[in-house]
Ligand binder design. Sequence first.
Ligand code: NAD
Length: 281
Amino acid sequence: MGPVERPVGLPVMVRVGVLGAAGRMGQTVCQAVSEDADLSLVAAVDLRPAVVDLPPAAAVGVQEVQVGRGIDELERAGAEVAVDFTEAGAALSNMLWCANHGVHGVVGTSGLSAGDIEQLSTAFAAAGANCVVAPNFAIGAVLLMRLCALAAPYMDGVEIVELHHDAKVDAPSGTALRTAELLEAAREAAGAGPWAGDPTTTTNLPGTRGGSGAGGVRIHSVRLPGLLAHQEVLFGAAGQSLTVRHDSYDRRSFMPGVLLAVKRVAELPGLSVGLEAVLGF
Ligand code: NAD
């Protein structure tokens, strides 16, 4: 089945379905889509039944949306783009369904493995529909990664501390893993060689030095009530340090990136990883 045909002569509104609509991010996405004059919220899907309250300014003219239970809702409603904020296993099968049904995907769910990404890349390359997977839809976080890539060749060592709310089930964050990959790529491109080695010879408490990301970059995860999504990248060199930090205080920080991806995914062939492609970086 191919992408849904647009009726001729009607205003061009992208028909959007939200997967994980009863969740914290899913509800925020339903609200943001319903407030955007260029988008139409046509389906809301979750495993658990729920009603999502919409803001008074919602362009759809209703105050709430009933959450349906199966992904087939997308097909029934003629969704052109599906936004997924569920959990890793669910996101993979949801997106394979989308590829098979010609529905574009926008995925914010974290925890997808390199193998999952490979599978999605193959599925969307063959599908005639596209997909954007972004570990962080906050534009400030994407800028943090760009700034860190700029600094990487000039500093000797780096460690990443990511801090999230106490309901996050996966660690480390997708943003931290991607930051390590981008740091490594920037150093390689500049011929800067490996980072300074870890001096630790004795670890008295296992895990104290964090996990090892791309290029051996140490990643530390903090989980606490009161936090939302934060990341600090600490660079060191002889006699100096540089700290780059981004904070998301509210789930609305992710919405401009999500809405932009929804509007642009149809123009980005196959699978794109990271918001950079959407922003044209
Ligand atoms: P949440 O637990 O509040 O919501 C997840 C929802 O998905 C739940 O309501 C659950 O019932 C539903 N769900 C699970 N399997 C499903 C399926 N097969 N079909 C439909 N619905 C299903 O979690 P959350 O805080 O909203 O976060 C969701 C994901 O988004 C997490 O992986 C989180 O790390 C990620 N996240 C990403 C960004 C980003 O910018 N990329 C930002 C914040 C959160």
